[in-house]
Every structure is written in C-alpha cells, then in structure tokens.
Write a protein that binds this ligand. Sequence first.
Ligand SMILES: *Cc1c(COP(=O)(O)O)cnc(C)c1O
Length: 406
Amino acid sequence: MTDGARIPEHGSDAKELLALIEQRHAEDIDWRGGKAFSLVYNVDDHEHEELIEQVALRYIHDNALNPFKYPSVLQMELDVISMACQLLGTEPNAGSMSSGGTESIFLAVQVARGIAEPQPLTPSTAHPAFAKAAKYLDLEHILIPVGPDGRADVAATEAAITERTGLIVGSAPCYPYGVIDDIPALAGLALERDILFHTDACLGGWILPWWERLGEEVPPWDFRVPGVTSISADIHKYGYTFKGASTVLYKSRDLLSHQFFWYDDWPGGLYASGTAAGTRSAAPIAGAWAAINHLGEDGYLRLTEIVRDTTRRMQAGIEGIDGLEITHAPDLSLFEIGSSTLDIGAVGDVMDDRGWNLDRQQGGLHLMLSPYHARIADQFLADLADGAATTEASRGREASYGGLAT
Ligand SMILES: *Cc1c(COP(=O)(O)O)cnc(C)c1O
C-alpha cells in the first residue's frame, strides 16, 4: 500500500486549486531568469510568448486525431510540414509533425524496421531515443565510439557495418558536445550500400539553417547531402514554440508512407494514423504554426545572431578562466565545460549554490544557450570564475539527464 494521492471525495474550488498550483509551480526551475540551460528555450520576446500562449488556449480542447474534423488544424499542420521541408530541402509533403524528438526518432527507426529487420548503427553520442526505439522495436542497436573531437568515428562505423545494418545515424549536432558528425562520410557509407541514413537534427534543425545564413561555417547535414534519407528536427527547441512539436522529414513522400499505420479490421471502421499517438493535442500544431509565422526568416535570423554572439562571448569567457576548458570545439550553441586540473564537480556545486542549473555529464558541465542568456552571460562567467577558484571538494552529484516519476 502506498499513501499516494487519492481522488478527493469532493471537488475543490477552482480558485483555490489555481492558487495551490501557482504556489507549487514557483518551486520549479526558474528558467525565466536565464538560470536554466536545457529543458526550456527562453526566446526573450514577451509578445512571442504571449502569442503562442493565446494560440494554445484557443486549441487546448481540440483533437488532431481526425484532421478532417478540424480543417484549420489540418491546414496549419500541412503548412508547418511544408515550411520544414523547404527549410531542410526535401519534397514539400515528405514529412509529418510529432510530439517531440523522441517520437520523430522512433518513427524514423520504425520506417527502417518496416523495410527490413535492421541493426541501427549510431555513434555513442547519439540521443538515447535511438536506444529506446531499438528497445521498443526489438532491434539490436550497435553503438560506435566517437573520436577525440567528439564526432562519430567514420572508419569504425564502416567496420561495424554488416549485411543486417539497415540504418546509420549521425547527429547535427549531438547533445553532449554540440558537434556535428561527418554526415557526408556517414551518409555516403549508407548510400553505397543502399541503406537508410538518419540525421538527428532535433537540436540543430531549426537553427543551423539560420546559423549558416549568418555566414558561419556549418558542416553539411541536411537533405543536400547525398544519402541522407530522413531527418528529425524539433520545433519545440530552437523553433521557439512550446513543448509537443517536432518534425520528421524524409527524402521522399514514398519513404514517409512507410511510417503510416492503416487498420481496417476493427468494428469501429478504418483507422489511419500517421504517427505513434492516437489522440493528439491540436495546441502544439497551432503553436508551432504561430511561432514560425510570427518569427519569420528575419525573426529567426535575429534570434540566431543573439545566440551565436552569446555563444562566442561565453566560449571566450570560459576559455579565459584558469583551469576550465571547452572539451570539444562545438559547431553550435551548446558545449561541455571540463577541466584536466580542477574538480569540475566542485565547480558545478558552486554554480548550483548560486542558482544556476547546469547539467552534469560524464565529462563535465553542459551548457546550451538561448536568446535570453545574452542578459546573464557576464554574471554567469563571474560565478563560474568563482567556482573554478573554489577549494571545496565536490559533493559528488552524478551525471544524469531526465528522470522517472515514481
Ligand atoms: C532533444 C533531443 C532529442 C529528443 O527530443 P525530445 O523532444 O526530448 O524527445 C533527440 N536528439 C537530440 C540531439 C536532442 O537534443
């Protein structure tokens, strides 16, 4: 027996419940102040936030399970897919929206599963969603180590290919180090053998195109690269909408069709569904549509410039602190801070004590930047310098990400 919550015999007053929620919510991570570096992407634009909140309210009750009952939702979803396809360079209707990066990745692995019984081959830095998809789909997942620069080891990948390899994966960029794998080489291996290749651009998909247009060097990763057959790209990250919006895109509409589920052996009638979910909230679709249309190309470029400049400032500041280093030179706005001389855990403890929320990785502290961080960069660097100067020993918090509600 547990003494967990029970359904109350009598309902509570709405105002009282809201007050209770407000009080509890205040205990959660304070991302608005710029002290969070993952989980939330603070766009630092009040009008934008208010817009997507209003849109969410309008669509909170609607169900995107049957788009034909919601022509306005269907149109927004088609628009978002078309805009994403244009951004990443594939046919205008060769993709779908999903609830997040994990679902997008699951769907892409499932497409490979539908064609063969493949062993997915991923770098060790690839997101755990691939391991999760392999577990759910009962596939043997092969992990390839990465080189000293944090990128997938192409030779090791080639050596690991067998006749059962059905899908090769690279990240643009990977979460732990922010580096982009050598997608042309990896996708080339897949192309030569006529197998599928997925670029995981959950993080980079909605920012790298703008980063490139700002004149930055971006290693090739999208559908311009021969051999890339699918890409996951989350709008709820650098697309700046609220959670529940990702895209998974394919080289062709034909490949996408392998993702669909049709079932006509049910007294309820023909059941068709494009993604893993049945009932789907319409709010993230409408929110993504509004976010993209509100920002537009000039908005994304403006925000990307802020993120880029903040990244440069942070990198220079961190490299200037005695004992600290960025472990792998990143291709984007996220990286790991490590040290070969200091107890990096102790540095993290000082940052914790000052209210910063840096994720602990196996090799150091993780930082991912959003537009709002331009406002806190100086304070952050000052606190980090204090952290690096600490003489305390680490309290021993372990590397972790995510968690279970148990
Ligand atoms: C966030 C992320 C994912 C998973 O996306 P969720 O939206 O958290 O499910 C996959 N790959 C990379 C590189 C990511 O950063």
